[in-house]
Ligand binder design. Structure first.
Ligand code: KIV
Ligand code: ZN
Length: 497
């Protein structure tokens, strides 16, 4: 049996069935070209009879894609097959994918016929499709819930009728991995003409087992995997291409391979996500925002010592530049120092201790510390000990309350406090601060900015004060905008000679 697993991508057919994810023809061409560059073997471009848009997309994709086989879906219905053949007229390599339900549910309640009639219709559809193309794939819809003995009879009949690929979908995502693997093994061992066709997996993720089922199918003899980028698809989605490709690439023991250029996985994932307006969940394997992000101190230290301590895949292999160390309150000195070095700072041990202390104070208030925050922390540290420092700030304000602020300033080593009211919390705090200093200052300018994004981010305040005809500038940063304002005010006053 070959070691190559054929990658059949159905992002543009099963994936595109997701509500709200529909693409226009130009967008579908963009995805198809990306899939070709990625190295997929088969692109299921659409279901031509379903709409003129789908028909047109199959036509246009057939014109621009040359390497992968272009596949079009049909029901086991003559008209569907004729329309699919027509849509595929420009494809250099073409396949018709036809099929019918084979489970008791589908036979009894959906198609309302008999098992024998299903076998006849399945074989007839394949025979008819072979009149138009040499490559015909047959799907036994809901094969996951189809009795193996009966399924083997269906598969034998369609191969006899000319099917080159036999698709065994777990349409409802019900199978357990072992059960799905055993189903494929059963077909390998019990369908007499199975050597004349390739067995394909097509798994849905309703119970979160799509990838596990696909891998078990492959281990047991399937040599084609039907997948989608980011695992998108009906309901909980399909098996994700990136997971299968990276499982086969990482597990050398399986001695299986795909032709996927894995370094294009991340960009393809982002393209599909953007075009379909379908965000990738942060913890999605391989392509999620957190797939290579480390946030706990122990993991960060381990990754910085040797990446493989906590990563089984080098992010570069999937097109991500590097692992990311997310700085949070759980990060240690090693991670902070690593980021400082990346930003061009080389603190000594004592300075690092000081920065780390300030870092933790900030990290307790913010979910994540970004580079901008670090630069600010470094700027603050570089200023060294100040002659005047804000030690205490307590503010009462709100609707129908008179704003009152108590400010405690350390001036030349001694803490002085004062309380004042104002027309708002900042005005009250500035007035209280003014009571503590022996200088007459006029606030000339006051500017508040959010540095980055999100309500938990740092606020940056610039003030300009006038004293005896001279202008002094002050700067403050804090997640608490009132504290940042008072710090900026004090910073300016402290500069008055
Ligand atoms: O899930 C399924 O059974 C399908 C078939 C149409 C192949 O998508
Ligand atoms: Zn499906």
């Amino acid at each position: 049996m070959s070691d190559k697993v054929i990658i059949f991508d159905t992002t543009l057919r099963d994936g595109e069935q997701v509500p709200g994810c529909q693409l226009n023809t130009i967008e579908k061409i963009q995805v198809a070209e990306a899939l070709e560059a990625l190295g997929v073997d088969v692109i299921e471009a659409g279901f031509p009879i379903s709409s003129p848009g789908d028909f047109n997309s199959v036509v246009e994709i057939s014109k621009v894609v040359s390497e992968p086989v272009i596949c079009a879906l049909t029901r086991a219905v003559k008209k569907d097959i004729e329309v699919a053949a027509d849509a595929l007229q420009y494809a250099k390599k073409k396949r018709i994918h036809t099929g019918i339900g084979t489970s008791p549910f589908h036979i009894q309640y959906k198609i309302r016929t008999t098992p024998e009639e299903i076998i006849k219709r399945a074989a007839d559809a394949v025979k008819y499709a072979r009149k138009f193309v040499d490559d015909v794939e047959f799907y036994a819809e809901d094969a996951g819930r189809t009795d193996n003995k009966y399924l083997a009879r269906v598969i034998e009949a369609v191969i006899k009728a000319g099917a080159t690929v036999v698709n065994i979908p777990d349409t409802t995502g019900y199978c357990l991995p072992e059960e799905y693997g055993a189903k494929i093994r059963y077909l390998v061992e019990n369908v007499p003409n199975i050597d004349k066709a390739v067995i394909s997996t097509h798994c849905h993720n309703d119970l979160g087992m799509a990838t596990a089922n696909t891998v078990m199918g492959i281990i047991n003899g399937a040599r084609q995997a039907e997948v989608t980028i980011n695992g998108i698809g009906e309901r909980a989605g399909n098996t994700s291409l990136e997971e299968v490709a990276m499982i086969l690439k990482s597990h050398h023991d399986l001695k299986l391979r795909t032709d996927i250029n894995t370094q294009l996985i991340f960009s393809t994932s982002r393209l599909v996500s953007t075009l379909m307006s379908m965000p990738v969940q942060a913890n999605k394997a391989i392509v999620g925002r957190n797939a290579f992000a480390h946030s706990s101190g122990i993991h960060q230290d381990g990754v910085l010592k040797k990446r493989e301590n906590y990563e089984i895949i080098d992010p570069v292999e999937v097109g991500i530049r590097e692992s990311s160390i997310i700085l949070t309150a759980r990060s240690g000195r090693a991670a902070l120092n690593h980021r400082l070095e990346q930003l061009g700072f080389t603190p000594g041990k004592e300075e690092l201790d000081e920065i780390y202390h300030r870092f933790l104070l900030l990290a307790d208030k913010k979910k994540e510390i970004n580079d901008e925050d670090i630069r600010i922390l470094m700027g603050e540290t570089a200023q060294g000990e100040k002659a005047m420092k804000l030690e205490l700030l307590q503010v009462t304000c709100g609707k129908s309350a008179i704003p009152v602020a108590t400010v405690g300033l350390r001036i030349n080593g001694e803490v002085h406090t004062s309380t004042a009211s104002g027309n708002g919390p900042i005005d009250a705090a500035f007035t209280a601060a003014r009571h503590l200093i022996s200088r007459n200052v006029v606030l000339e300018e006051f500017l508040i900015q959010a540095i980055t994004k999100g309500s938990d981010d740092i606020g940056k305040v610039h003030v300009q004060v006038e004293h005896q005809g001279k202008i002094y500038y002050g700067f403050g940063t804090n997640t608490d905008i009132i504290t940042a304002s008072v710090e900026a005010f004090i910073d300016a006053i402290a500069k008055i000679k």
